[in-house]
Design a binder for this molecule. Sequence first.
Ligand SMILES: NC(=O)c1ccc[n+]([C@@H]2O[C@H](COP(=O)([O-])OP(=O)(O)OC[C@H]3O[C@@H](n4cnc5c(N)ncnc54)[C@H](OP(=O)(O)O)[C@@H]3O)[C@@H](O)[C@H]2O)c1
Length: 349
Amino acid sequence: VQTSEAEEAAMHRALVLAETVRGATSPNPPVGAVILAPDGTLVGEGATAPAGGPHAEVVALAEAGDLARGATAVVTLEPCAHTGRTGPCTTALLDAGIRRVLYAVDDPNPEAAGGADVLRTAGVEVVSGLQCDAALEGALRPWLFAVSTGRPFVTWKYAATLDGRAAAADMSARWISSALSRADAHAIRSDVDAIVVGSGTVLADDPHLTVRDVHGNLAARQPLRVVLDRRHRSPQDARIFDSAAETVILDTAVPRFALKALFDRGVRHVLLEGGPTLAGAFVEARCVDEVVAYFAPTLLGSGPSALGDAGIGTLGDAVTLDVETVTRVGPDVKIVARPVWGAPTGGES
Ligand SMILES: NC(=O)c1ccc[n+]([C@@H]2O[C@H](COP(=O)([O-])OP(=O)(O)OC[C@H]3O[C@@H](n4cnc5c(N)ncnc54)[C@H](OP(=O)(O)O)[C@@H]3O)[C@@H](O)[C@H]2O)c1
């Protein structure tokens, strides 16, 4: 099936719309949708509203109103066919008189899948796979990973000196990277559902773990703050216990169980922010899906390394990563990379 230039542009727009709601929709996926009149004019657009609110298709249809009759819907994810907190999108599209639906990625969620078949059966022309690769790498990536594995996508973020130290030997260096890198790292927080640290970081740094703007004002939506703290060592007056955001303490010793507990709470994307001990445990459990590292052009020569013991004793067992991007952030170098996990080893939970 041929797609027009207007339809390709509409999918590009839908992917941009999806980016705008990253971190704001879980447990629902961040989706973008555009409605095109038969002559290719954009008559409506939308993105997924926070959970319990309308899905992207419904937002875009509302904007299009009567102009949706006979129109084409361009959506980043297969329209859902199930009734969750809102009705099926397939019904909304049919009721609005949509004649053609183009989407990028099939819905892997067994509860919601089958939307394309419902639409086809009702006589709608359906095209799947439009700009699929871009969609798989975009806002949907963590959500798709989470629903197909049953645990949240984990981004491990850290800052280190050029010799890989996450802190000074005397633990004095609270900030390793530049203010620009910290602002960059801060922006990642607004894209995730939960920020995870170990009790060691709470004790050493007393972090706030909130999303703030450049003026220090708290954002309206805050990720869940999570401390893995098996011995309940986090002090009661720690900043993570203030009212700025919700906080949970998990005392499980197994990262996979902690992640499953977070998934069950609707978390689809986790930002692992520290420190080296917990990062080592997550790497050992193969529970790191993306690495974001900020390297400051400084040397320490002592102090804990960014990654603690991950159970790797020989070079042959080293974790290999695919580097996605290398950029300069002020004086620092930022590397985004993806671990390449081989076949699972025995004895894993
Ligand atoms: N440069 C950076 O990006 C960065 C980021 C964060 C922190 N840091 C630095 O790192 C230092 C703190 O290091 P850290 O390694 O002590 O911090 P951490 O990794 O945040 O905390 C370690 C603690 O987490 C708890 N924990 C809970 N579940 C665990 C599990 N499954 N496996 C392992 N540990 C688990 C353990 O305490 P329990 O036994 O009590 O549960 C452990 O001692 C500070 O100096 C801080 O400034 C640097």
